[in-house]
Each structure stands twice: as structure tokens, then as C-alpha cells.
Design a protein around this ligand. Sequence first.
Ligand code: MN
Ligand code: MN
Length: 447
Amino acid sequence: MSENESKYAYKKKSAWEIFTKDQIKKAFDFSEEYKTFLNDCKTEREAVQKIKEISKKGKKKITINREKEAAIMVPGKKPISEGLRIVISHIDSPRLDLKQIPLYEDSESNLGLFETHYYGGIKKFQWVVIPLALHGVVVKKDGGKVTFTLGEKESDPVFSVPDLLPHLSREVQGKKKIDDAIKGESLDIVVGSRPVKGDFKEKIRTAILDKLHKDYGIIEEDFISAELEVVPAFKAKDIGFDKSLIGAYGQDDKACAFTSLKAILDITNPEHTALSLFVDKEEIGSEGSATAQVTTFLRSVIKELDPKADVDQVMLKSKVISADVNAAVTPNYTEVFELKNASSLGNGIVMSKYTGHGGKYSANDASAEYVAEIRTMLNKEKIPWQTGELGKVDKGGGGTVAKYFSRLGMEVIDLGPAVLSMHSPYEVTSKVDIYSSYLAYVAFLKS
Ligand code: MN
Ligand code: MN
């Protein structure tokens, strides 16, 4: 019996102790596949593509919305009218997007650069002087698409945001607040420096446009109809002498996307019809046609499962896990956490009854009954878990897609692994937490 069930005291316990040796080995093996997924899916479009490939290989039914949202369904023993079991995760991550007219030449520095506009909650100083890759699509005026993934192969070039040397940064950066030291407008990436020969006004800019036309058939106006995302070029790696942790870009929320994908692939004939949903634009408030706020897609998926279904009734009876990451207690900054109610790496999947900020504003606050149900399920399956609240009261806060689904009358709770250095170019998770998340989603989806 786990200490979580102890009669007198509640104490968080390490997943490393709860798991058997065999399970820890499985967690390490599972992480290898997870790292590949992270490397292959740095953007929402790439994630949908990969999810489609994997689900078809696993012979599961998938529906896709606009290349940015996907649903995988497994019919259950009970009729749809008894509700669904849904795990929803998001597949977008904080990054730098290119502006619509990105290219310019800076004549003083002799550099060609792309203007960017950051996406999601980033700490700007973390995005300078690191190798960056360019991913996305350019739609040409004839509708033809050029897909970019430049900066991932060993032979590819990368891009980078320049920063000032310390010798000269005391006034313009050093004396400022950390948030003001690097401006959003200075997050431009270097894309070239070699001028064309001849009588041109902007020789570097001209050379870059020539190259883009030659290699990709792109003209400058094509950037206006593009979605080009600048993401860290590094690969997922193990961290630590013991290789217990994973460092990678985009683990918020690919950690949950991958584990809920693997979970739905591994279940057959569940009690209730199971659904893994993958949505876009969570990091900027879930606005848009392929997001958790817009339920047209979900409604159509329910109709697809059963054309005669009373969709509102189905939703009222459905139970949902909002699969998103939580903040891991961060060494040297423990003062922002209320440690009894904070999640740490290695203690298993994190259950958050509520999110939000201030007086629980904008929170989904799961019912005590539903929390009990989830807690009982996790304990019964001996899955390591912990609770977690995003920081001390009034220290900040955050939200997930949970509230958009609870609005539809569903029971919703947040459940996902803890992440260290969240929203940074190099987020860190624990292998045992990733595996706990997978096990938890399996247990839920088959119920
Ligand atoms: Mn997230
Ligand atoms: Mn996030």
C-alpha cells in the first residue's frame, strides 16, 4: 500500500521508490521513443503529421482539423450516450514566429536578419545566442506549399539572435530589469551576411532573396502567407550522470501529447469510448479554429462516432483529463512555491484540482467527487502521483484548457508531469514522471 493511502499522514513519495526495477527500465525505454517524438515534432503541424502516422500504424481511427488539431478515437463497450473519456493536450509551444515582412538588411552590422514576433509566454533573455531552427510552411500565390525544417540536420545551417558583449552592456542592459533588458523587437535572427556582387542597393538582402528563390522558389511576398516558426535547434538529451532526466524544447505540452498518444494506442475495447485530443494555440489563450475554445470539432467527432448522438447529453456525461504540465519546484527559487502543495520532479504525475490566479480567477476547480475518483484510480493502479499548485497564492498563476471543457458540462481535472524551466528553450522532465503520465492516461482511457 502506498503512503498516499496511509491512514494518518499524507506524504509525497518518490516514483523511483514506488516503481519496480522492471517499471523503471520500461520508463527509460519509453523515454527513448519520447525523445524521438520531441525531435520530430517541434511545431503543431509536425506534431499532427506524426500523430497521424503513428495512429495509422497502430490502426486507430483519427480525425484531423486544419493540420493543427487531431482526435483519436477508440469505441467503448458502453454506448456513446454514457459519455466519453477524453484526454486533451496541446501541441503548440512558446517560440519566435516570423513577421509577415521579415527580411531586412542592417547596413551597419553587415547582416541580413528576419524580424520575429514572439509567441506565448517567454523570458526573452533565454532566446538570444542559442542555435535556432526554422520550421513551418510558406504558401505561395498559386497555393503551392513549401515546408521548412532547416536547422535540424547536421549539415543544415542554424540561425541565432545576437546579443551584446558584456564589455558594452552595462548601461543598455545591465542596469535594467531583466524583463526590459532584451526587447521583443530585438529578437531578430541572423539569416545571412554575404552580399551579391554588382550594383544593388541592399546587397545582402538581395543575395538572401536570390538564394531563397533558387532553393525554394520563394519570392519576398510569399512570406506574407507563411507560418514560419523559429525554435531551438537542439535535440532532446538525457540530463545527469544517472540519465534520469530529459532536456528538450517543447515538453510543454508534447510530454502530454506523446504520453496520451501512446496511451490511446495501447487500449482496446475500453468501458467508455476513449478519445485523445490534440489542440493548437493553448499558449496564446486557445483562440482560433483548431483550439480547445472552439468545440465545433469535438462536436463533429462525437457525431462521427454516433450520428444519432445527443451531443450535449454526451458532453454532460463525459469525463476529461486536461493533460498539461505543471511547474516543478526549482532549486534556488523555492521561495515562490508553497512547498507542501508544489510538485517536484520524480514524484509522479501531478494532479491539480484547480489552476487560475489570484482568488482562483479563471480556474477550473474540479469537484471533490471527481478528484476522489481520479485519486482512487491512481492508487489502485499503483501509479506514482502528487498534487501541485502553480506557485504560492498571489505569486502568479496560470491556466490550461481545463476550463474550456468544463464549460461544456464535463468533469475536468488537470493531470500531467512537472516540468523544470518551463517555457524555456530547454525544458526538463523526469523519466519516471513521463512514464507515470502514460500509465495514468492508460488507466483513465480504458475506464
Ligand atoms: Mn501547457
Ligand atoms: Mn505553457
